[in-house]
Design a protein around this ligand. Structure first.
Ligand code: NAD
Length: 475
């Protein structure tokens, strides 16, 4: 199954017969062989989705609801299999994979409940006319996903597109294809008709680019880095079609002196080191008010030093990073932080006891100035920087002083302070006295270079629907 593409409800070989390896980041061992799709394979997948759209768009909301609920049930019944495969392929601790799968079940359920609530409007015009809008599915939707949440990211946009009446082609990141291919098997088991969902594996430069520029694709949902997002947006523009871009972040957590510091600290550690820091909405900068700064850094040091790093199946605090190349990127940023004059609090190295696998110790730098590159660029790994602040205006200016604007948070007992920050911070999601509060029913997305559009929540259905206005003259 894994060395093939999922097209028309069948696992089929890639036209040119090319393959590449899936590697376990904890052991550096090959765990599967995958199909390397080219433009011809992508064309086949898109045509299958295009053909299926003619029928799928005419299914009743009730039929779509039942299929989506069945998919949720099949995912739940195969949760252990999916979660283990995710951990083996991506590296994250097993409990995190299990939580990601549970969340995916919720997204299917949420989308299932929406199919018969996607209503148009009746618009008053004059005494002799009816005028109403009708929401219709756009057609074939492309879903290009990153490697950090392979299953959950595919399941973030796909059920919404299907609920709206669109068909789909999914292209997972080449580092982590296995759970997405399993999703094809799951959806077939749930009873989705051939062609409604197709999955192509391969490189971004070839298969991803071919999907983004395919003329029969009518909407693109992309999650990944800013540079690739820009390329995908160009491809979308060439065919005048909408694109949702869920990109990176450099998310600030502001810790005020009046906060419950113990609660803030727990969230700093969870926010910065969940999924080994490979989280778009994770905490990468913690801004601490000067009077509690030294105490906070000391406590942070103690907690981060105690975190365990081991293969995901061992359920340690952190698993390995996704690839050797990515670990090198993190190590390069650690060197840069030192060169820029930041003070290493803890971490900053490969754990000496882990000879194999792409592990890296959770790392904290203190004495960081907002103008340093380490305080402005996304590392996307287990690297946290601490920046002191003196006034709320300064905390806000530092928070907003980067190109990103994905998530932001403030920890304080002063509601006015929290609300002023929530109002003025440039971010798509703001959390007060908690982190990662983004359940499937709330909008998810960023501003500035963090992206365009929103996934999750009811607003996301608009990504897959277009408005048709119908005017009727009756007298
Ligand atoms: P990436 O941009 O390298 O790859 C993302 C996807 O795009 C992959 O499937 C890749 O194969 C594909 N791709 C690569 N080149 C392409 C091209 N020219 N045309 C079309 N597709 C192409 O990103 P990544 O390294 O996999 O993921 C990490 C990034 O994703 C980080 O910046 C992170 O912040 C971001 N991210 C954002 C969110 C969010 O919801 N905002 C969620 C997860 C990850």
């Amino acid at each position: 199954m894994f060395d093939q593409l999922f097209i028309d409800n069948d696992f089929v070989p890639p036209a040119a017969g090319r393959r590449f390896d899936a590697v376990d980041p904890a052991t550096e061992q090959r765990i599967a062989t995958l199909a390397l799709a080219d433009a011809a394979d992508v064309d086949r997948a898109v045509r299958s989705a295009h053909h299926a759209f003619a029928t799928w768009r005419r299914t009743t909301p009730t039929e779509r609801t039942r299929l989506l609920l069945r998919a949720a049930a099949v995912i739940a019944s195969r949760a252990d299999e999916i979660a283990r495969l995710e951990t083996l392929d991506m590296g994250k601790p097993l409990r995190e994979s299990q939580a990601n799968v549970a969340r995916s079940v919720r997204t299917f359920e949420y989308a299932a409940g929406a199919t018969d609530k996607l209503e148009g409007q009746s618009i008053p015009v004059d005494a002799r006319s009816f005028n109403f809008t009708h929401l219709e599915p756009v057609g074939v939707s492309a879903h290009i996903t990153p490697w950090n949440y392979p299953f959950a990211n595919a399941c973030r946009s796909l059920p919404v597109a299907l609920a709206a009446g669109c068909t789909a082609v999914v292209k997972p990141a080449s580092e982590t294809c296995l759970s997405t291919l399993l999703l094809g098997d799951v959806l077939r088991e749930a009873g989705f008709p051939p062609g409604v969902v197709n999955i192509v594996t391969g490189s971004g430069a070839e298969a991803g680019a071919a999907l983004a520029r395919h003329p029969l694709v009518r909407s693109i949902t992309f999650t990944g880095s800013v540079g690739t997002g820009q390329q995908v947006a160009h491809a979308a523009a060439d065919h005048v079609r909408p694109v949702v871009l869920e990109l990176g972040g450099k998310n600030p957590q502001v810790v005020c002196a009046d906060a419950d510091l113990d609660a803030a600290l727990k969230e700093t550690v969870r926010g910065a080191f969940t999924n080994a820091g490979q989280v778009c909405t994770g905490i990468s900068r913690v801004l601490v008010e000067r009077p509690v700064h030294d105490r906070y850094v000391e406590a942070l040091h103690e907690r981060v030093q105690a975190l365990t790093v081991a293969p995901g199946l061992d359920n340690a605090d952190l698993g390995p990073l996704v690839s050797a190349a990515h670990r090198q990127t993190v190590a390069d940023y650690v060197r840069l932080a030192r060169e820029e004059g930041a003070r290493l609090v803890c971490g900053g190295q490969v754990p000496p006891e882990r000879e194999r696998g792409w592990f890296y110790r959770p790392t904290v730098f203190d004495g960081v100035r907002p103008d340093m590159r380490i305080a402005r660029e996304e590392v996307f790994g287990p690297l946290l920087v601490v920046i002191p602040f003196d006034t709320d205006e300064q905390a806000l200016a530092i928070s907003n002083g980067v190109e990103f604007g994905l998530s932001a948070g403030i920890f304080t007992r002063d509601l006015g302070r929290a609300l002023r920050f929530a109002r003025d911070v440039e971010a798509g999601m703001v959390w007060v006295n908690e982190w990662f509060q983004s359940p499937v029913q709330v909008p998810h997305g960023g501003v500035k270079h963090s992206g365009i559009g929103r996934e999750q929540g009811f607003a996301a259905f608009a990504n897959y629907l277009q408005v048709k206005d119908v005017a009727i003259r009756f007298a």
